[in-house]
Design a protein around this ligand. Structure first.
Ligand SMILES: [Ca+2]
Ligand SMILES: [Ca+2]
Length: 213
């Protein structure tokens, strides 16, 4: 049996369409499940801070903890990842108002596209201060811009925030500022950084359009 030229062309076209469909499906699939280039749940004893380091240009340090914080009526009862793991927090007791603790992320290669930073935060207590995240470009060391900031009691629960990080960012800083009193523990857990814009910058279900760089 001979195959006509028409049949051969149709066969080729169908193969090409099949290939295109496979390619599109692959691209679509990977776009929906981009692997984070960085993730930290603070649960690994071998690498408890995932390369974050404590700033010395502040007043105190972030603490890694599991279970509840030492003080009542402030701080989480458990971590965000599994409920049995670790998180980091600032302990507000025995500190002065406005005292700061900063954690500096590992350095990242500057991409030509933004990244999406996601993290869980817990800000519970009558005198909770401020949690803020800044971006830095180490090629321009004076440049540190606040990308995200939240002040005050957010209730006794974990919230998830996401924030698009400008392309030129090479590292970010998590800063906790102690409020007016001892009921001001602030905790952070489950940090991920993924190439590309955040689908929507959501904070507590509200769109967050603080990106200003
Ligand atoms: Ca955790
Ligand atoms: Ca410090």
């Amino acid at each position: 049996m001979t195959v006509s030229a028409d049949q051969r062309i149709i066969g080729c076209l169908m193969a090409a369409v099949g290939l295109l469909v496979t390619l599109l499906c692959t691209l679509h699939g990977s776009a929906n499940s981009v692997t984070p280039e960085f993730q930290c749940d603070f649960d690994e004893d071998m690498d408890p801070f995932c390369g974050f380091r404590q700033s010395t240009d502040d007043n105190f340090n972030w603490t890694r903890n599991n279970g509840s914080t030492p003080s009542r009526d402030t701080g989480p009862q458990h971590d965000h990842t599994t409920g049995a793991g670790y998180y980091i927090f600032i302990e507000a007791s025995m500190k002065g108002p406005g005292y700061k603790a900063s954690m500096i992320s590992p350095s990242f290669i500057s991409l030509n596209i933004p990244r999406c930073l996601r993290f869980a935060y817990h800000m519970y207590g009558r005198t909770v201060g401020t949690l803020q995240i800044s971006s830095q470009n180490e090629g321009n060391s004076t440049r540190s811009k606040v990308m995200w900031s939240l002040t005050g009691d957010q209730g006794d629960q974990w919230h998830v925030a996401s924030q698009t990080v400008p392309a030129e960012t090479t590292r970010f800083v998590i800063e906790g500022v102690r409020g007016s009193g001892a009921l001001g523990d602030i905790a952070v857990d489950d940090i991920t950084l993924t190439p590309g814009y955040c689908g929507s910058d959501i904070r507590d279900g509200h769109y967050n359009d603080q990106l200003s760089m």
